[in-house]
Design a protein around this ligand. Structure first.
Ligand SMILES: Nc1nc2c(ncn2[C@@H]2O[C@H](COP(=O)(O)OP(=O)(O)O)[C@@H](O)[C@H]2O)c(=O)[nH]1
Ligand SMILES: [Mg+2]
Length: 292
């Protein structure tokens, strides 16, 4: 299972351009057998420095990052909550997402980022009124605001956005889509640094989840995502159903402690790897070996 972020906004603001840039390098789906692929859903690797550091210690054959899904949702227009422009269909897609990235036009002469932000917010709130404040409200989903603007207009955008009551990112999505088509060599030759990692991390962080790592007998170091407060057997269940149903205990070490110990063996000998029971609440950054 993975968590999903809906790409939302008015028509023609760069949503599909962003989707294309994000998904140009699709994750090897074999690692994620339960991911259903539709044309507007893409799986994206979550950049993770800790995973790299853990892998440096374990030296596995394979490193598998955790993923989030991005969903390219068609543009909302004023009146979407009443069904304008297939609004109901698109709002239903947003409801299935865990978070939202709202793309805002900052590249056209007459763009008005603040008004755009408010138009979309109003549609979500009006739709929520219909559900009388009941579960899974659209306007309560965490949002990352992304102003689509080339660098030379950034000053202008900052001025307009100073009225924003929320944090936002500014990116040139057309450029990002172009960069995403380049090979690693071309990128370094042209000194092109994509900014998308920053967006992916902002989306991942706003979901307020935690990451844990498994080492699978030192063959594969892998990052996993789970809700805060999840107990060890539930985390195990992410990895394999047996690790939940037949959970006996797990060996746990915080990633940083493992890095400091320099090897797994060293950590073990110094008693830094703790044995935990099924009552243990997984902590962000734990490296876990499940025992059944
Ligand atoms: N100049 C410029 N044009 C852009 C940028 N992003 C998107 N566009 C153009 O705006 C149009 C709509 O983009 P698209 O991603 O399909 O928007 P969507 O309707 O929000 O999915 C296309 O013609 C894009 O080429 C940008 O950053 N700068
Ligand atoms: Mg589109």
């Amino acid at each position: 299972m993975s968590f999903s972020v809906g790409i939302v906004g008015l028509p023609n603001v760069g949503k599909s351009t962003l989707f294309k840039a994000l998904t140009s390098q699709q994750v090897d789906i074999a690692d994620y057998p339960f991911t259903t692929i539709k044309p507007n859903i893409g799986t994206v690797k979550v950049p993770d420095k800790r995973l790299e550091e853990v892998a440096n210690i374990i030296k596995p054959e394979k490193i598998v990052p955790t993923i989030i899904e991005f969903v390219d949702i068609a543009g909302l227009v004023k009146g979407a909550h009443k069904g304008e422009g297939l609004g109901n269909q698109f709002l239903a897609q947003i409801r299935e997402c865990d978070a939202i990235v709202q793309v805002i036009d900052g590249f056209r002469e007459k763009s008005n980022p603040k008004e755009e932000m408010e138009t979309v917010r109003t549609e979500l709130e009006l739709k929520d009124l219909e559900s009388e404040g009941k579960d899974n409200l659209l306007s309560k989903k965490p949002v990352v605001y992304l102003v689509n603007s080339p660098a030379q207009k950034t000053k202008n955008v900052e001025q307009i956005c100073s009225a924003f009551p929320v944090p936002y990112l500014v990116m040139d999505l057309k450029l990002e889509a172009e960069i995403s088509e380049l090979s690693e060599e071309e990128k370094s030759e042209l000194n092109m640094k994509p900014q998308l990692d920053q967006l992916i991390l902002a989306c991942y962080n706003i979901l307020d989840l935690i990451t844990f790592y498994t080492v699978a007998g030192f063959k594969e170091v892998r990052a996993w995502t789970i809700e805060k407060g999840a107990l060890a057997p539930e985390a195990g269940g992410r990895v394999h159903s047996d690790f939940k149903e037949k959970f006996i205990k797990a060996e746990v070490i915080p990633w940083k402690t493992l890095i400091e110990a320099a090897t797994w063996k060293e950590a073990k000998e110094n008693g830094l790897i703790k044995t935990v029971s099924k009552e243990y609440a997984v902590q962000d950054g734990d490296v876990i070996e499940f025992k059944v």
